[in-house]
Design a protein around this ligand. Structure first.
Ligand SMILES: [Zn+2]
Length: 477
C-alpha cells in the first residue's frame, strides 16, 4: 500500500511548543506503524512562512522577514532530532517548488469558481481568517481573544457554494474520511448550514508584499491558507507533475492529513473543494486531534506556560517524551499535562509497569536458564492487535492497549510465581510460564516500535541476549 501522511505546517512566528510536538509525534507514530506493516510510506511536515503573522512578528523582532523565517523554520526542522521524527521531507512555503505549485493549482481552478468582488469583513490575523458574526464571542475571536480588524478591499473569491452537495456526499460516504466521528458530524452540520464563498486573495499592500502572487494579477497575493494548503502537493513536486506526485497522490492508496481541531474546516471543506475544482481530487483522510492544555489552561505566551519540546526530552529522554505526549491526549477530548502528572506517569507507567516487567522477566529467564525460541514470531501469549485504533488514528487508545498488556503480564507473573515453581522443581511449568511472558514481551516490543522506537529496539536486544538493563532510569528530583 502507498501511504502518504502529513502534519499541518506551522506558522514560524514563534518557536515550536509541545502542542506542535504532539502533532509531529502522532504523525510519526502513524508513519512508523505503516512502515512496519510494509507499506510504502511518505511522511511530510513543514512550515507556513507566507503568513502576515510572520511579517508582523519579524517587524516586532526587528529582523528582516527573510532572515526571520529562516531562523524560525530551523527550530521546526530541528524537531526531527529532538523527537526522533522520521519525516521524509520538510516543505517550506517560501521554496520555489512551493511557489510554482501553488500558482499551478490556482491556474487549474475552474474559471467559473473564481470571481472578483468588493468585500468588507472582520479579519483575525491570529487565525489568518475572516470571521462572521457567528464566529465571534463578545465581538472577539474566541481562539485569540482579540478584536478582528475591519478590512475593506477588492479580492478574488472562491465559489465554495458550487461544492456543497458534492462535499456532503463525499464526506457521508467516507471518501473524505474525518476522524474521530464527532468531528465528522460537526463538519456535516457545518456544510448543511450552507457554504459561503470565501476570499482567496488580498491586496499586495495588505499582504505587505509577502506571499505567493496571484497568477496574472500583480496587485493581488494569494490568501495564505490557499497557498498553505497546497503544500501537501507542492512538496510532492506537483508543479512539475513529478514522480512523488504521481506515486503518492495520483496513484496512492491513502492520503492522510493529521491536524488540530482548530483548522478542521480548512482541511475537510476548503481543501477538498480546491482539489475538486482543479481536477486533482483524490480520497482523503483528515485526522483531527484535540488540544493539550497545561495545568488546565490553554498554552499561551501571555500566560507564560509554554513548554519547549526539549525541556521534556532533557528530563525524560526522547522515547518517554513521545510516550507522555501521546498518552496525554485522548482522541475525543483535550488532554491536560503538568510536570507533576508527567513525573508520576513516567514512574508508574514506564519505570514501574514496563521497565520492571522487562527487567524482572529477563532476569528470571536468565537465572532459570530458559531456552528462548530462535524465531521471534508470536506463539502463545496475549492475543491482541492495535490495527483498529491505528486506522482510526486513535494513537492514545492504541498505546493504552499496549500498556495494559504489560500490566497483564505483570499480574501473570505475580500469580504464577515462577520462583516458587523453580523451588519446587516444576521445570516444565516454569518454562511454559516464562516462554509465555517472553512472547508477550516480544509482542509488546513490536507494538511499541512506532511509539518508542529506541525502547522497542532495546527490549528486543535484551530479549535476545538475556542481559537486562534499566529502560527508564529513575528521575532526578
Ligand atoms: Zn483568531
Amino acid at each position: 500500500m502507498k501511504y502518504y501522511i502529513t502534519t499541518a505546517i506551522d506558522y514560524v512566528n514563534a518557536k515550536p511548543h509541545i502542542g506542535h510536538a504532539f502533532e509531529k509525534v502522532q504523525a510519526d507514530v502513524l508513519a512508523r506503524y505503516h512502515r512496519a506493516l510494509g507499506d510504502d510510506t511518505y511522511f511530510l511536515t513543514g512550515s507556513d512562512e507566507n503568513s502576515l503573522k510572520n511579517v508582523q512578528a519579524a517587524k516586532k523582532a526587528g529582523i528582516p522577514i527573510n532572515d526571520f523565517v529562516d531562523q524560525n523554520a530551523q527550530y521546526f526542522i530541528d524537531l526531527k532530532k529532538i523527537l526522533n521524527l522520521s519525516f521524509d521531507s520538510f516543505i517550506r512555503t517560501t521554496e520555489k517548488r512551493h511557489f510554482d505549485g501553488a500558482s499551478k493549482l490556482w491556474s487549474a481552478f475552474k474559471k467559473e469558481d473564481i470571481y472578483k468582488k468588493d468585500y468588507q469583513g472582520f479579519y483575525c490575523v491570529g487565525c489568518e481568517e475572516f470571521k462572521t458574526e457567528k464566529d465571534l464571542v463578545d465581538g472577539c475571536c474566541p481562539e485569540h481573544n482579540t478584536k478582528p480588524e475591519l478590512i475593506e478591499e477588492e479580492n478574488y473569491f472562491f465559489r465554495l457554494s458550487n461544492y456543497q452537495n458534492e462535499l456532503l456526499e463525499l464526506i457521508e460516504k467516507n471518501v473524505i474520511e474525518i476522524t474521530p466521528d464527532f468531528r465528522k458530524n460537526e463538519i456535516v452540520s457545518f456544510i448543511k448550514g450552507g457554504l459561503e464563498d470565501f476570499s482567496i486573495s488580498r491586496s499586495r499592500k495588505r499582504a505587505e508584499n509577502w506571499g505567493v502572487p496571484v497568477p496574472g494579477d500583480d496587485d493581488q497575493i494569494m490568501y495564505v491558507w490557499i497557498d498553505a494548503l497546497s503544500n501537501y502537493i507542492t512538496a510532492l513536486d506537483y508543479s512539475t507533475d513529478g514522480e512523488l506526485f504521481q506515486k503518492y497522490w495520483v496513484n496512492g492508496d491513502k492520503r492522510i492529513h493529521v491536524i488540530g481541531k482548530g483548522i478542521l474546516r480548512f482541511h475537510a471543506v476548503y481543501w477538498p473543494a480546491m482539489l475538486l475544482s482543479s481536477g486533482i481530487f483524490a480520497p482523503l483522510q483528515v485526522a483531527s486531534h484535540e488540544y493539550l492544555t497545561i495545568n488546565g489552561q490553554k498554552m499561551s505566551k501571555s500566560l507564560g506556560n509554554i513548554i519547549d519540546p526539549d525541556e521534556l526530552t532533557n528530563r525524560y529522554g526522547v522515547d518517554a517524551t513521545r510516550y507522555l505526549l501521546i498518552s496525554a491526549l485522548p482522541q475525543n477530548s483535550d488532554g491536560d499535562i503538568s510536570w507533576e502528572k508527567m513525573d508520576e506517569k513516567f514512574t508508574s507507567d514506564l519505570a514501574n509497569n514496563l521497565g520492571n516487567l522487562v527487567q524482572r522477566a529477563i532476569s528470571m529467564m536468565d537465572r532459570y536458564s530458559i531456552k528462548i525460541p530462535r524465531s521471534t514470531s508470536s506463539g502463545e501469549g496475549i492475543d491482541f492487535s492495535i490495527a483498529e485504533e491505528m486506522e482510526k488514528t486513535d494513537t492514545a487508545g492504541a498505546l493504552k492497549k499496549i500498556m495494559s498488556l504489560a500490566e497483564i503480564a505483570n499480574k501473570y507473573i505475580a500469580e504464577k510465581q515462577p520462583w516458587v515453581l523453580a523451588k519446587e522443581g516444576k521445570t516444565e511449568e516454569l518454562t511454559q510460564v516464562l516462554l509465555r511472558v517472553y512472547t508477550d514481551l516480544i509482542n509488546i516490543a513490536r507494538a511499541l516500535l512506532p511509539f518508542m522506537p529506541e525502547t522497542a529496539e532495546k527490549m528486543q536486544k535484551q530479549l535476545m541476549t538475556l542481559e537486562p538493563e534499566p529502560l527508564f532510569p529513575r528521575l532526578e528530583s
